[in-house]
Write a protein that binds this ligand. Structure first.
Ligand code: FAD
Ligand code: NDP
Length: 594
């Protein structure tokens, strides 16, 4: 018999049972389902430990503690190799799918419990969490150089060629705007202030270098083996990996987490790869890009176009159809209007058809030819052409076909709500997953919770609903939940009340910035007491503003909750506590100055 749990620390006692026994069954002597499970393990010839809760004085308390830990109060409550398996049906199903045998093999015949392919946001989170839970873990991370040879260190897209350098360059842009405002507030700023690209780029790259180093140290401290090599499946428990010197190693693992992320796409037009670059090159470009064309009209294009223009460059954005597909289109257009007001040129609807080199140099000079929707030709000369036309998942060259992991026609991996692929021991997280938001915190959460479910007592799943996000154009746009057109499509216009207002940030008044560019909108569902299902803010610090409201929306906040909340004055965010104009009323929301 196992020791009887003491009165204190029931959860710890349960945890001890689970970690000290390969198979642990919390059972009751009278339960026929428990008997079935015990018979299954007997037939498998597997040694297992049973705690009969109806024979324990504190059996009911143990059931309560199990409920807290696993979300399940009923018996049998089964754990295999430290993982919570579930009840009778779950156990029989896992046996039928061969998962119990796999779980029992953990760590015995493989080099690692877990191999993670991809050392970006998701992969690092999963590997550190799994190692923290006592598992033997390896991460393979390798960056294939861009067509012009750019490469980078450990940490993936976010750290090296995504969120981090992007936000720092956005900050450089905001400082530029601040310098203009400063004069109005009495600072004697020289009339001609110039931005130095190389100084900014070097400082940002130094910071990124320190982050790369920090990740290596964290992996070492957590005893995660880091292999700077490109991994490819040989079978469902084995990968081979090749480093930049061409040396090859083979490693095996019980579980695999795929977290390979995406890389930018190039259009299939003459000159694209020879003369164009992408965001993968921009943040470490050794020279100022000069007059720049950005092709594409989503996050990457508008953000990069925004900061380059604020640094004093001549910027054109070529738009195939709409701005910011998938986002609230009223606000997307407002972003475009503001950028246009600032001097960014938009060419739309138009696609490029070829790029020709006119001059070598750093930067060089290129002629771009394009075609408008009506067949008219576009042509202009630029120093730099940046393609931001979407990103492809890195799933085509890692041997997924050898192990049978399914992808959709665009290469994304379908996963269920627990990040399972169609192959039992292989999971996928982050940008490579079909239909999930492609954002760093989403990849991190998915990696962390997956490792916890696999190796800890965790039951929590990543909640992919109401994920907040911000587009860091110089005028930031933060949103949570439904775009207005999507809400109308889903619920019908008559079920929605949309509150909205323009606002003029106090700090913009003295600075003489536009009165009606900033905007706030709440989309509320009438039949559910005006529950807020869409939150949109266009204005300074929208990222900072939006995060807190994401908590409120998770908790199901209604318009009345927003109204009852006392604002912080004077801020932009207080606008959300005082909104009283509905779109239906047709009342004007324009600010008319002081
Ligand atoms: P990644 O971080 O891309 O990591 C994957 C890693 O796996 C890479 O290092 C890759 O080289 C490596 N790899 C691929 N194949 C193999 C293989 N076979 N073997 C070994 N290694 C391999 N998100 C936000 O939340 N906020 C932002 O502000 C933001 N800004 C962005 C700006 C830009 C310009 C871009 C491009 C993206 C931005 N994102 C932002 C998105 C964010 O960067 C991604 O969602 C996030 O990095 C995805 O993490 P991941 O773990 O899925 O993949
Ligand atoms: P998206 O896939 O979101 O957008 C691609 C854009 O390129 C669209 O405007 C599309 O137009 C256009 N396009 C596609 N093909 C062509 C073509 N052949 N010629 C001309 N235009 C074309 O890609 P992004 O690269 O902007 O972003 C990728 C992901 O990265 C985002 O989904 C986002 O999750 C993440 N990200 C997050 C950021 C943040 O959190 N702030 C910042 C940057 C990226 P059309 O609408 O006509 O299809």
């Amino acid at each position: 018999m196992p020791p009887t749990p003491g009165s204190g620390g029931l959860k710890e006692t349960i945890s001890d049972y689970v970690s000290n026994n390969k198979v642990m069954v919390f059972s009751k002597t009278t339960c026929p389902f428990c008997t079935k499970v015990k018979e299954l393990f007997k037939s498998l010839n597997v040694s297992f430990q049973v705690l009969e809760l109806d024979q324990q004085a504190n059996g009911s308390e143990i059931q309560n503690a199990l409920l807290e830990i696993t979300g399940q109060r009923t018996v049998p409550n089964v754990f295999v190799a430290g993982q919570h398996l579930g009840g009778c049906d779950d156990t029989l199903k896992a046996h039928k799918e061969g998962r119990i045998q796999q779980m029992l093999n953990m760590g015995t015949s493989y080099d690692y419990d877990l191999i993670v392919i991809g050392g970006g946001s998701g992969g690092l989170a999963a590997s550190k969490e799994a190692a923290g839970l006592g598992k033997k873990v390896a991460v393979f991370d390798f960056v294939k150089p861009t067509p012009i040879g750019t490469t980078w260190g450990l940490g993936g897209t976010c750290v090296n060629v995504g969120c981090i350098p992007k936000k720092l360059m956005h900050q450089a842009a905001l400082l530029g705007h601040g310098l203009t405002d400063a004069g109005k507030f009495g600072w004697e700023v020289p009339e001609k202030v110039q931005h130095n690209w190389t100084t900014m780029k070097d400082a940002i790259q130094d910071h990124i270098g320190s982050l790369n180093w920090g990740y290596r140290v964290q992996l070492r401290d957590k005893k995660v083996d880091y292999h700077n090599a490109y991994a490819e499946f040989l079978d469902e428990h084995t990968v081979k990996a090749v480093n930049k010197k061409g040396q090859e190693i083979k490693k095996t693992a019980n579980h695999f987490v795929l977290a390979m992320g995406e890389r930018p796409r190039y259009p299939d037009i003459p000159g694209a790869k020879e003369y164009g670059i992408t965001s993968d090159d921009l943040f470490s470009l050794p020279y100022c890009p000069g007059k720049t064309l950005l092709v594409g009209a989503s996050y990457v294009s508008l953000e990069c176009g925004g900061f380059l223009h604020a640094m004093g460059l001549n910027v054109t954005i070529m738009v195939r159809s709409i701005l910011l597909r998938g986002f609230d289109q009223q606000i997307a257009e407002k972003i475009g209007d503001f950028m246009e007001l600032e001097g960014v040129k938009f060419i739309r609807p138009c696609v490029p058809t070829k790029i020709e080199k006119l001059e070598d140099g750093q930067p060089g000079k290129y002629r771009v030819t394009g075609k408008y929707d009506d067949g008219m030709e576009f042509t202009d000369e630029f120093n730099t052409v940046i393609f931001a036309i979407g990103r492809d998942p890195c799933t085509s060259t890692i041997g997924l076909e050898k192990v049978g992991v399914k992808t959709n026609k665009n290469g994304f991996i379908p996963v269920d709500e627990e990040e399972n692929t169609n192959v039992t021991n292989i999971y996928a997280i982050g940008d490579i997953c079909e239909g999930k938001p492609e954002l760093t915190p989403v990849a991190i959460q998915a990696g962390r919770l997956l490792a916890n479910r696999l190796y800890g007592l965790g039951k929590e799943r990543t909640d992919y609903i109401n994920v907040p996000t911000t587009v860091f154009t110089p005028l930031e746009y933060g949103c949570i939940g439904y775009a207005e057109e999507d809400a109308i499509k889903k619920f019908g216009e008559d079920k929605l009340e949309v509150y909205h207002t323009n606002f003029w940030p106090l700090e913009w008044t003295v600075a003489k910035r536009p009165e009606n560019s900033c905007y706030a909108k709440l989309i509320c569902l009438i039949p559910e007491k005006e529950k807020v299902i869409g939150f949109h803010v266009l204005g300074p610090n929208a990222g900072e503003i939006t995060q807190g409201y994401a908590v409120a929306m998770r908790l199901g906040a209604t318009k009345a909750d927003f109204d009852a909340t006392i604002g912080i004055h004077p801020t932009c965010t207080e606008t959300f506590t005082t909104m009283n104009v509905t779109k239906r009323s047709g009342m004007d929301t324009q600010q008319a100055g002081c």
